[in-house]
Design a protein around this ligand. Structure first.
Ligand SMILES: NC(=O)c1ccc[n+]([C@@H]2O[C@H](COP(=O)([O-])OP(=O)(O)OC[C@H]3O[C@@H](n4cnc5c(N)ncnc54)[C@H](OP(=O)(O)O)[C@@H]3O)[C@@H](O)[C@H]2O)c1
Length: 365
């Protein structure tokens, strides 16, 4: 794959300074002629969104290889007006795609990611299987794309609630150095997959659901458990936020504690975040910094009742930040509210952005 240094400079310039639409156009302009893309989990919520994001961003796919479980092999998936047959894992490996976007659960990733890597494919994996593996990179392009090299054949996409948080945290960490984060999440049922959406809709329509993704009713409820409980009393989701944040931001000194809650919402995840800094800050400067950082939209007009909500974040690629105010209970501390579509920036968009970065920087085979 050949791109000129001029184009590359243009890309870097655009990536760090302008919005995502321009980013996709530049990427489109720099892609090579052949690009075989496998989407593993193509019939699922994240896989479907990946196909939508690839199409919207004009990601140049010369051959699409949709993959799902054996029960779906042969089914048709539509991409940009054309039908494609769902492949089995082995058929996809045999096709030697350049990039495989995985969203088919952790056990599938553990079993198959390295097999794709062995035939030269770069895997970008949405599950938690490889995230904390010290040999694998955990990437949010706005924060740490610079860690990627051509040798990275299995790249991990972070947890959805962590992605949206670190996009907002990193510019502030660079300026004021974060000491401690206290985060509480209000997470969409779409984070659990198709079954959870069905449960919520059944309960909303009929009051009850035969298909249960959660132990309890989710409609008209809030469940303070996401993923399983660990020995320390936290859930796995909460500890993912703690550990993944440190890895992505490359700073183990950041202290973080999380409470993650599932609520009957579909548009995206919301987070109440309390941040304590080493340095003093100015609230207007914080707002300006966030407003001018890549991938962030500032929605902070209390006088007009403008603040981020899943209803507005739904189907958008950006991270929305608002309710920015000083924590009056202690110095050098602020509160803010972060919302993003977990299926987009929290999963599909982030994965596609990693793929775009790899292509433009000539980091795939
Ligand atoms: N939802 C989110 O917000 C989110 C965010 C970040 C990461 N993730 C991660 O992304 C993954 C998928 O999530 P989802 O919400 O899209 O789930 P989902 O809607 O349940 O979809 C699962 C997909 O995986 C496929 N699959 C299952 N077992 C397979 C196997 N053995 N071989 C090949 N394909 C297989 C399914 O195919 P069939 O249709 O044939 O069963 C389906 O396409 C999970 O690891 C999840 O943790 C989700």
């Amino acid at each position: 794959m050949i791109i000129t240094s001029k184009k590359r400079n243009l890309f870097i310039n655009y990536f760090f300074n302008v919005d995502l639409q321009f980013f996709s156009l530049i990427t489109f302009a720099t892609q090579k002629n052949e690009m075989k893309i496998a989407v593993v989990g193509a019939t699922g919520l994240v896989g479907t969104k990946m196909l939508q994001v690839l199409a919207e961003r004009n990601f140049e796919v010369t051959e699409l290889i949709p993959v799902a479980s054996e029960k779906s092999v042969g089914k048709l998936i539509n991409f940009k007006g054309k039908d494609y047959k769902v492949h089995s894992m082995q058929q996809a490996i045999d096709a030697k795609p350049h990039i495989a976007l995985f969203s088919a659960g952790g056990s599938t990733s553990l079993e198959f990611a390295e097999k794709f890597a062995a035939v030269g494919t770069t895997v970008i994996d949405n599950s938690s299987a490889w995230r904390m593996d010290p040999t694998k990179k955990l990437v949010v392009p706005e924060v740490n794309a610079n860690v990627l090299t051509k040798a990275d054949k299995v790249i991990a996409n972070p947890n959805c609630s962590t992605i949206q948080m670190v996009v907002a945290l990193m510019p502030l960490h660079k300026k004021y150095k974060i000491k401690r984060v206290v985060v509480s999440t209000y997470q969409s049922v779409t984070g659990t997959g198709v079954k959870a959406v069905n449960q919520l809709m059944n309960e909303r329509e009929k009051g009850t659901s035969e298909e249960m993704a959660y132990k309890y009713k989710i409609d008209m409820n809030a469940i303070p458990q996401i993923d399983v409980f660990l020995d320390n009393g936290y859930t796995k989701e909460e500890m993912k936020m703690v550990n993944e944040t440190k890895k992505i931001m490359g700073d183990n000194s950041i202290q973080l504690t999380a409470t993650t809650v599932r609520i009957p919402v579909m548009g995206g995840h919301s987070e109440s975040v309390n941040l304590e800094f080493e340095s003093e800050f100015d609230i207007q400067e914080v707002k300006d910094l966030l407003a001018n950082s890549p991938g962030i939209i500032l929605q902070d007009e209390p006088a007009n009742q403008i603040y981020p909500m899943p209803m507005w974040a739904h189907d958008k690629d950006e991270v929305f930040v608002g309710r920015i105010r000083r924590d009056e209970s202690q110095p050098k501390t602020l509160n803010m509210w972060i919302v993003s579509d977990n299926l987009r920036k929290g999963a599909a968009t982030n994965a596609v952005q990693i793929a775009e970065y790899l292509i433009v920087n000539n980091l795939i085979n």
